[in-house]
Write a protein that binds this ligand. Structure first.
Ligand code: HEC
Length: 394
């Protein structure tokens, strides 16, 4: 397809993904907030069966939401369901994964320095990881372990790190990080599709048929819903981390990515604790935030020092020569690389002033091996070290 059209298509898909994702996460945050903030009704006019309620003011209007202990005496004429946000977030995300990574496996997923996979094998591993991730998680949720939140969380952490290590040891770092995020997103969407919505259907069907309510299905849905709530921050982190090669491109990227995911869970936990009225709820959130700072400092690399004569170890001219050969096929006003009609991200590296201005970005992309894309221009390790030496020189 024409590169211009393809880029519009990709942009629209990404936009759609963000919109549905915002709607889904917004609903998740809102209902979790409701759960944490319902209090026994203040007045006597509450419906029978109402366990708690929340008064709120928003956009100039007063609202009163009630939460029932079990089910209401009768089904209302209109009952709102929340599922399409989740489904469309997953569908658009999956399409993005296919168009950005799977169809471009050679450029986007395979790093021969990590493993020399064929495109088919890379896609097979990726698809297998998404399916396996769900089955392992779902199995754990159905086991007695699910009743022990601490053990479950600890095991979840170990499995997340293991999955990350597995992905980072077969594919390019950026693809590995994104697939870890896709595993998390798939678990979240599958929770809605396979557990939460069927559970709700069973409750409503029982009410319609005047049968005893399968309350255990409601409880299973509530647990998955809570898990989803905790997974929102990790999923969003992976999305934004895509633009920061120094996060996943670090030698310990396989550890950095899941650790930051867990720090996100800690930050989220503070909000849930506050809702439950725990003393000093945000201590755990601050620990999460401090953890981010520690990871940032721990992964810092000092600039390379100059040679004894005070010269930068690698000169700009040397860097320019490497860039001309290995980067400019794509990053030029008129790229010569097939499939490129304009410089990616508008970054043309023809002008030395632009090269100097983008020194840090170039360093991060080259160090993480994200660039040259799929190493299509065949940059050697020696050239990489030289260019990095220049980019990281003081
Ligand atoms: C085969 C084509 C290709 C080659 C060769 C290539 N790049 Fe890129 N570059 C891209 C694409 C595509 C993107 C956009 C990636 C994305 O979607 O984030 C990009 C993005 C970048 C960015 C990020 C720009 C931004 O504002 O986010 C930098 C920096 C960069 N490349 C540097 C380099 C350097 C340095 C080299 C040579 C060592 C290089 N690239 C070689 C295709 C290429």
């Amino acid at each position: 397809m024409d590169a211009h059209l393809l880029s519009w298509l990709s942009m629209s898909l990404r936009w759609f993904h963000l919109v549905t994702g915002a709607a889904w996460i917004g609903a998740s945050f809102y209902f979790n907030w409701l759960n944490n903030n319902v209090r026994p009704p203040e007045s006597a006019d509450a419906n029978p069966g109402v366990k708690g309620e929340v008064w709120a003011i928003h956009g100039g209007a007063f609202y009163r939401a009630s939460k029932f202990g079990g089910a209401p005496a009768a089904l209302p004429a209109t009952l709102h369901w929340f599922m399409y946000e989740a489904y469309f977030t997953w569908i658009t995300g999956f399409l993005l994964l296919i168009t950005t990574y799977w169809l471009e496996a050679k450029a986007m997923m395979i790093d021969t320095a990590v493993r020399d996979l064929s495109s088919g094998a890379a896609v097979g591993v990726a698809a297998g990881a998404l399916v396996l991730g769900w089955f392992v998680y779902d199995g754990l949720c159905r086991s007695p372990l699910a009743k022990q939140p601490r053990v479950f969380a600890a095991l979840g952490l170990v499995l997340l790190v293991a999955a990350s290590f597995g992905l980072f040891s077969v594919m390019a770092a950026r693809a590995a990080a994104m697939h870890l995020g896709a595993m998390i997103g798939t678990i979240m969407a599958a929770n809605v599709f396979f557990v939460i919505i069927p559970g709700q259907r069973a409750l409503v069907d029982a009410m319609v048929g005047n049968k005893p309510l399968p309350l255990e299905k409601g409880a299973a849905g509530a647990l998955r819903s809570l898990h989803n709530n905790y997974l929102t921050l990790p999923a969003l982190f992976v999305m934004v981390s895509n633009h920061y090669p120094n996060v996943w491109g670090h030698a310990l990227g396989w550890l950095v990515v899941p650790v930051v995911c867990v720090l996100g869970v800690c930050i989220r936990h503070g909000y849930n604790l506050r809702g439950q009225g725990a003393p000093r709820p945000f201590v755990i959130s601050w620990i999460g935030a401090a953890g981010l700072l520690i990871v940032a400092v721990a992964t810092y690399k000092a600039p390379v020092s100059r040679t004894a004569s005070g010269e930068a170890a690698v000169t700009l001219t040397q860097a320019q020569m490497i860039i001309a050969a290995r980067c400019m096929p794509c990053h030029a006003a008129e790229p010569t690389q097939a499939g490129f009609v304009e410089p990616p991200k508008g970054l043309s590296l023809q002008d030395p002033a632009v090269i100097v201005a983008n020194r840090e970005k170039i360093g991060a992309q080259v160090e993480s091996r994200a660039m040259p894309l799929g190493n299509l221009t065949g940059m050697t390790d020696e050239e990489r070290a030289l260019l990095l030496g220049w980019a990281r020189g003081e």
